[in-house]
Design a binder for this molecule. Structure first.
Ligand code: PMV
Length: 336
């Protein structure tokens, strides 16, 4: 039997950066995010022949140590003895700051849990349990098992729905591909380095919840100028804490800075464009559908041949049994 799951990545409007001590991957800051409809990870899972777990992402077999805590948690929580063979494909550049670990672990959690349910006749796992399993792989993945706008409170083992995608259908995210290729340092290692060596880490942890409370209010009232300004503060303070680590963690490339400046010029010209960044050089710009063309033009003018992906508040993942002998399933969502 093979199970397929398709999930979209979770982009944090307000960032999680840093882990609580003493838990498995518990976030030290609350985050507020949206599921990026238009970008997708498709994952096929079947039982493995031997007693090791195998994960192939975009054609490359991945280091099993990265996945070991996740699969151990799946077996423990679902009382299973199965081992898994998974193949995963991204519709966007993976591992380079487009949150592919969020959609990747969300799809993996959903597909493995369904496989256990079918083969070992277990009850259907709750969404809370699925979110907790995904979190062990990658905390942002706890949010990607849900659609629409989501939150992951500080210290929480699972994410929660905040508002459905329909709350703000005109909301758009332009994800500018500044660089392809996988990032040299994982978010996990970078967060640890920030916690251990940055004198600004504690201040970041204290400040982040205050910003998130305000951002939730701005999101509820669909106030993009207010939400965009708070999103800028969130990523800037996250990056400031990382930049102050020893050695410094600098993710920005010249093109990233050019795009940040292009957003400022767009806003000065009355076009709503607010950027955010994660643990990579890519720049994601928050805007409304009515301004999309102007935003794309403004960003391209700043960098020249720029490739952009456009996403909107997206649906929850889907999971289904994949018939034996069929080709690898295509992505569910065409790029928006
Ligand atoms: O879930 P991870 O380990 O990939 O870390 C995600 C960290 C950020 O993308 C920078 C922020 C976030 O909340 O998604």
């Amino acid at each position: 039997m093979r199970v397929c799951a398709r999930a979209s990545p979770s982009l944090a409007l307000m960032k999680y950066w840093g882990k609580r001590e003493g838990g498995i991957n518990l976030p030290a800051t609350p985050s507020l995010a949206l599921t990026l409809g238009g970008l997708e990870t498709t994952t096929l899972v079947e039982p493995a022949q031997g007693d090791s777990d195998i994960v192939v992402v975009d054609g490359i077999e991945r280091d099993s140590a990265r996945y070991a805590p996740f699969f151990a948690e799946v077996r423990k929580r679902l009382r299973s003895r199965l081992h898994f063979q998974a193949e995963s494909r991204n519709s966007f550049p993976g591992g380079s700051g487009f949150a592919s670990s969020s959609s990747g672990f969300a799809a993996l959690a959903l597909a493995t849990a369904r496989l256990v349910q079918e083969l070992e006749e277990r009850a259907e796992p709750s969404l809370d349990l699925l979110s907790e399993l995904a979190r062990v792989g990658s905390a942002s993945a706890a949010r990607a098992v849900l659609g629409g706008f989501t939150q992951l409170p500080a210290g929480s083992p699972r994410a929660e729905a905040f508002l459905p995608a329909e709350h703000w259908p005109e909301f758009r995210v332009v994800a500018a591909i500044v660089a392809r290729g996988e990032k040299p340092l994982s978010s996990r290692a970078a967060m640890e380095a920030t916690r251990e060596t940055s004198p600004y880490y504690n201040e970041w942890i204290i400040d982040a919840p205050r910003l998130v409370t305000k951002a939730k209010d701005a999101l509820e009232s669909r106030d993009l100028p207010r939400l965009g300004a708070l999103a800028r503060l969130s990523y800037s303070r996250m990056h400031a804490s990382a930049l102050a680590a020893d050695p410094p963690l600098l993710y920005w490339l010249p093109e990233s800075v050019a795009l940040i400046r292009a957003c400022a010029s767009l806003r000065a010209a009355g076009i709503g464009a607010w950027e955010t960044m994660d643990a990579g050089p890519q720049v994601k710009v928050l805007c409304l559908a009515g301004d999309l063309e102007a935003v794309l033009a403004g960003l391209s003018a700043a960098v020249g041949k720029l490739e952009c992906l456009v996403a909107r508040p997206g649906p929850a993942p889907e999971v289904f049994i994949h018939e034996e002998g069929l080709a690898f399933p295509s992505h569910r969502l065409p790029p928006a």
